[in-house]
Structures are given as C-alpha cells and as structure tokens.
Design a protein around this ligand. Structure first.
Ligand SMILES: [Zn+2]
Length: 206
C-alpha cells in the first residue's frame, strides 16, 4: 500500500453527502461505522479545500458501501453515488470538479471538442485541487483519463476493476454536457495490480 495521500476536505464531504443521498442517514451511519470513521458521525469535513482528509479514508468509506451491499449489489449503488457527487459538485460549483458554471455546456463547438475541454478541466482540478495526479490521453475512438494514484490502492484486493464511483462521476458529467449516455468503463485498475486506473470515455454515445 502506498503512503497515505492527503485530499481536500470538500472531496470527502461531497462523497459523504452523495452516500447519504443514495443510502439515507442510517445507511450513512452504518458506512461510517463500517469504515471506522466514527469521528465524522454528524461531523462531516468542512466545505473548504484544505488538505485535511486522506485517500485511505475515502477508500475505507467506499469499501464500507461495498460491504453493506455485497460486491454485486454495490456496483450499481457506487455508480449512483458517483452521479450524485457530480450533481452536488455542480450545484455548489465545487473546485473539486473544476467545472465553473454552464459556459462549457452551451459552447457552440462539436460534441467531442466539448468533451475534451471538460475532461481537461476535470484533470486540471485533479492535479491542482484534489492532489490526485491525472492526465488525459486520446485516440480515434475514445478519451482516456489516467490516474497513477487512486483511493482504490487503500482497499482490499479485487478481481474486477473497483472504481465505480469515478465511472459514475464521468457518466453524469458526460450526460450533463451532451444530454447523451456514454458507456464509460474502467479498463485498467491499480487495485488489480495495474499501473494506473484508466477510464475509457468513448467519443460516440450509446
Ligand atoms: Zn481503479
């Protein structure tokens, strides 16, 4: 396991709000107990960008959601949590997402150009604000968001890619941007021994 990495308070706070929306207040309490994060019970991290929380805490809460629903049921719930993170982040204009306002959405440029701009902004926020290194790659068919460090490194080993929350965030981001659904997949995952967590965003909607 790598040395623990600091994250901004607002990243964990948005995550907790999203879990609460999907699982309710009692579900959220169960998650905090399961993750041994009782210190956050009715005491979420503050809404600021100070590096006051850690990737291991984020990973522990993710694992607790999975434990609550079981490996199979958890995927759908974590995707929903990811979508809720995006929606909260947009509503509050959180710097964690890196998307300021609706200008991008309304920009009169081709869809793939808009997608690239949005993914670049999200990657910039990862590097600048979230303390999570990330870069963007592209080929003829797809964009790839590549994370050489991820919360999933602090979770028990899995046999299939684990980062459903990020898939949910990206799915909702693309939906918000284009009003279309994209089949986003994690094609390589650090948790399984990959070099990075790699998310494929196809240039063509479903
Ligand atoms: Zn991963």
């Amino acid at each position: 396991m790598p040395e623990d990495r600091k994250m901004p308070n607002d990243a964990l706070r948005l995550f907790f709000l999203a879990i609460e929306e999907v699982m309710g207040k009692d579900g959220m309490r169960a998650v905090l107990r399961g993750a041994k994060l009782d210190k956050y019970m009715d005491n979420y991290p503050p809404k600021n960008l100070e590096l006051g929380v850690t990737m291991a805490e984020y990973g522990a809460a993710t694992q607790a959601v999975e434990d609550f629903y079981g490996l199979r049921g958890a995927r759908a719930m974590l995707l929903r949590v990811g979508r809720a993170i995006f929606n909260y982040g947009m509503k509050e204009q959180s710097a964690v997402l890196g998307l300021a306002g609706h200008a991008l959405r309304l920009m009169p440029v081709p869809m793939t150009a808009k997608m690239k701009l949005l993914l670049e902004q999200m990657a910039a926020a990862g590097n600048k604000t979230v303390n999570q290194p990330v870069y963007l790659e592209e080929d003829a068919e797809a964009f790839y968001l590549v994370y050489p460090a991820c919360m999933c490194e602090y979770r028990p080993k899995h046999e299939t890619p684990t980062c459903h929350i990020t898939v949910g965030i990206l799915s909702e981001a693309m939906k918000w941007l284009t009003d279309k659904n994209f089949n986003i997949q994690e094609i390589e995952c650090l948790n399984l021994g990959g070099k990075s967590c790699r998310f494929r965003v196809p240039k063509t909607p479903q």
